[in-house]
Write a protein of this length. Structure first.
Ligand SMILES: [Mg+2]
Length: 221
């Protein structure tokens, strides 16, 4: 039977179309500190925890020879922009229908996101259908060691659901997320975003068992 023990879903860029908003917020915040972030670098921030992205952006600012802000100074610029934009994030194509179908088939599900509790609650509030997924591994989860691209988030989700990681289907859009799911031993479905640089698309393909045009393309018997 073409059915997994559980489905493990990323949130940003996979269930909700938040990534353009995150990218715009990081881009504007970095610009405030003298750094232009090209698309390739913005892609590298996808799927990772906020604190890891702060470290990365500060490292790039230092590399560019600019005065490096503290994490608090960078987030004081980035967060208000992100929070304003994220209120309007739409569902990704096929996301809601897929979750409803999996619920009807009684397939276990978990959310595996690098976003912290506050951000997840804010982003999910306009989308009650996301409540179909009750198990959640969050970026600031007290039981989580390291974040994506390490395998820990997907391993923790499988453990909480009481299933083997190898019997789980993981759904991701980002490179860090796909690498995390692959390292955990899940069957990795990747829905690549549009307008990806060729190098990132190649790396995504290398970490994916299946590439999907959208979540609406998944077939289950
Ligand atoms: Mg993502």
């Amino acid at each position: 039977m073409n059915r997994p023990a559980a489905c493990l879903f990323d949130l940003d860029g996979l269930l909700l179309d938040t990534e353009p908003h995150h990218a715009r917020a990081w881009s504007q915040a970095a610009a405030r500190f003298g750094l232009l972030l090209p698309p390739g670098r913005l892609m590298r921030l996808r799927g990772r925890r906020r604190s890891d992205n702060v470290d990365q952006v500060c490292a790039w600012i230092a590399e560019a020879g600019q005065a490096v802000p503290t994490a608090a100074e960078l987030l004081a610029v980035q967060q208000p922009i992100a929070q304003l934009l994220l209120r309007g994030a739409a569902p990704m194509p096929g996301a809601r229908v897929l979750l409803e179908r999996l619920r009807d088939l009684q397939v276990a599900m978990a959310l595996v996101t690098s976003s912290g509790r506050d951000a997840v609650e804010r982003k999910c509030a306009p989308h009650p259908w996301l409540g179909i997924i009750s198990e959640r591994v969050l970026g600031d989860d007290p039981e989580l060691g390291v974040g994506k691209p390490a395998p820990d988030p997907f391993l923790l989700a499988a453990q909480r659901l009481g299933v083997a990681p190898g019997d789980c289907w993981a759904f991701e859009d980002s490179l860090a997320g796909a690498q995390s799911a692959r390292a955990a031993g899940c069957v990795v479905h990747v829905v690549p975003g549009t307008e990806l640089p060729a190098s990132i698309l190649g790396e995504l393909q290398a970490s994916a068992d299946h590439l999907l045009g959208s979540l609406a393309d998944l077939r289950m018997s």
